[in-house]
Design a binder for this molecule. Structure first.
Ligand code: HEC
Length: 391
């Protein structure tokens, strides 16, 4: 069944016209644009309005996603034989609730978070299951999504596939104060790289739904004839002229600073994890300069420059990074977009060409924030939304 989904239509419309096109939506739009997804007379919106609920089609998808199996004949008939739309809706929503309470939902959440985190199983004797298990256990307990960034204890539970249950456990990787999955040994081992940049990239993609560059300036500056779009001052990052050995100020091919202005302010926070994800007393990540050449603090940032999530948001340690991220509305919106995409079988968001506009997920996001970021409530909201049950 081909779903006409609000965000797909909006996304298609906005991909066709570049962001600077006056016909595209945005602040100050006068709504006379025929392709305007916020205009009720718009052709796309007429198509959206013409969608009808199909609770049996929705049930099939919800059952596959939430418990990993097709609905039973009894469940199908419960919805199909309800007298009217209101009855079908009630029957459908009751079944969604039963799926969310089913032990098999735990297994589905493990699959979801292994995919999202791009890790699982055991690789080179490092357990890559604990971060997905922590996330899945939060979902099953209808706990706060933001604990993925802020929880200080119990961040390395185990999952039993035989019983679909979690066993609480702390991570054992010498971290003084944990910060959800940011301090997870599996994550830090799996995404180890020169300068710890791959860990930073993972955090950005996973929780902000975007690749670097992040946090662009509205007033780009010019260096060596090229545009620098970052917000951090040029010399707040290390380069050949201010103490670094890799030239992050280089503009020959690309403007390194476009991405590295933010990345270099975060990466030192992850630099003391070694390649098995153990926290160590000194920087444990290497550079491309020599086979065993460890990075130095002054390769990232000039001496005295504070570590920071974004310009003006100093984060001296990983718990404060987690707290800053948990307070970032983009992180909340990203969580909602990912669950909506998953429900509707869309491609992973940082690799997909179609973006999910903030307006399309606004109601879900407001409910998510108001609930204290409860994961199961969000999932219920997504699977019972008009956009999901209408075709
Ligand atoms: C579009 C964003 C972007 C730009 C521009 C960029 N980088 Fe990076 N850089 C990254 C990301 C993301 C990673 C981590 C990649 C990974 O390991 O998965 C990275 C990794 C690195 C690494 C560690 C990996 C390695 O190859 O040793 C170095 C060093 C580096 N970048 C230097 C530079 C320099 C110098 C420039 C400019 C010539 C530059 N980068 C331009 C995003 C960028």
């Amino acid at each position: 069944m081909k779903r006409i989904s609000a965000f797909l239509l909006v996304a298609t419309a906005s991909v066709v016209a570049p962001a600077c096109d006056p016909g595209v939506d945005g602040p100050g739009d006068n709504n006379t644009d025929p392709d305007d997804p916020t205009n009720p007379a718009d052709e796309w919106n007429k198509k959206l309005d013409a969608r009808k609920p199909d609770y049996n089609a929705a049930l099939r998808i919800a059952s596959l996603r939430l418990i990993g199996e097709l609905p039973t004949m009894t469940q199908i008939n419960l919805v199909a034989n309800a007298a009217d739309d209101a009855g079908k809706k009630a029957a459908y929503e009751g079944l969604v609730d039963s799926f969310l309470a089913d032990p098999r939902f735990s297994r589905q959440m493990m699959v979801y978070f292994r995919d999202l985190f791009r890790m699982g199983g055991t690789v080179n004797t490092v357990d890559l299951e604990t971060a997905p298990a922590f996330a899945a256990s939060l979902a099953v307990a209808n706990d706060s999504y933001m604990k993925l960034l802020t929880a200080t204890t119990g961040t390395c539970p185990t999952f039993s596939a035989a019983t679909n249950t979690f066993t609480a456990a702390n991570c054992a990787n010498n971290v003084t104060t944990h910060a959800g999955v940011l301090t997870n040994p599996g994550m830090n081992a799996h995404f180890t790289s020169n300068f710890a940049f791959r860990r930073v990239d993972w955090v950005q993609r996973t929780f902000n739904c975007q690749k670097f560059p992040a946090d662009l300036s509205e007033t780009p500056e010019t260096y060596g004839g090229k545009l620098y779009t970052g917000k951090f001052p040029w010399l707040s990052v290390a380069g050949k002229t201010n103490g670094g050995r890799v030239d992050f100020h280089d503009v020959q091919s690309v403007v390194c600073m476009g991405c590295h202005n933010v990345m270099n302010h975060i990466a030192p926070l992850f630099a003391n994890f070694n390649e098995t994800g153990q926290m160590t007393a000194a920087i444990a990540v290497k550079t491309p300069l020599g086979a065993n050449d460890l990075a130095r603090a002054t390769d990232f940032l000039p001496a005295g420059e504070p570590f920071a999530y974004r310009l003006g948001q100093a984060t001296p340690d990983l718990p404060s990074l987690g707290t800053a991220m948990a307070a970032d509305p983009e992180v909340a919106r990203c969580a909602v977009k990912r669950f909506v995409n998953w429900a509707q079988g869309k491609e992973e968001i940082t690799t997909a060409l179609t973006l999910v506009p903030d307006t399309v997920i606004q109601t879900q996001t407001e409910a998510f924030v108001a609930s204290g970021f409860k994961i199961k409530d969000l999932i219920r909201g997504v699977f019972t939304s008009d956009d999901f049950v209408k075709f």
